[in-house]
Design a protein around this ligand. Structure first.
Ligand code: RB5
Length: 148
């Protein structure tokens, strides 16, 4: 599995821990930045990760900012992206199983690093549901992309 990860200045330390965690899980990681705490605009990095996922260059994406909110709003503007703000492992499991989320968003100022690793593990390991009702809902979400 290949995962693209990106973050703004508020989440550099969390991103580095999550890269190490994913590497120990055997995940191939594309670090799209940023790696300094100099102020930057989170829509830029959310767009870069979202486009990598939408283009099939990565199987899943991870985007981090202070709250996780800015990157989730931004990543969801990229057609083909279903980004989910995950604060609990349950969010991550349901986001994958029911919502077919392909980008996991977390907030470095609200979620501790150990919890973030557990959330990301759940996001990576939970399979998508095979139940038709969830696929019907995914198709309706995709139709919203196409209606823009
Ligand atoms: C940056 O200060 C902060 O606004 C950003 O990291 C994020 O929390 C936005 O949603």
């Amino acid at each position: 599995m290949r995962i693209a990860i990106g973050n703004d200045h508020a989440a550099v330390a969390m991103k580095l821990e999550l890269i190490e965690h994913m590497t120990t899980m055997g995940v191939e990681v594309d670090n799209l930045g940023v790696d300094t705490e100099e102020s930057m605009d989170y829509p830029d990095i959310a767009a870069a990760v979202g486009r990598a996922v939408a283009a099939g260059e990565a199987d899943l994406g991870v985007v981090l900012c202070g709250t996780g909110i800015g990157v989730s709003i931004s990543a969801n503007k990229v057609p083909g992206v279903r980004a989910a703000l995950c604060c609990y492992e349950y969010h991550a499991r349901m986001a994958r199983e029911h919502n077919f989320a392909n980008v996991c968003c977390m907030g470095a100022r609200v979620t501790g690093h150990e919890l973030a690793k557990a959330i990301l593990t759940a996001f990576i390991e939970t399979p998508e549901s095979e139940e038709e009702r969830h696929h019907r809902r995914r198709r309706k979400m995709e139709a919203l992309d196409n209606a823009r």
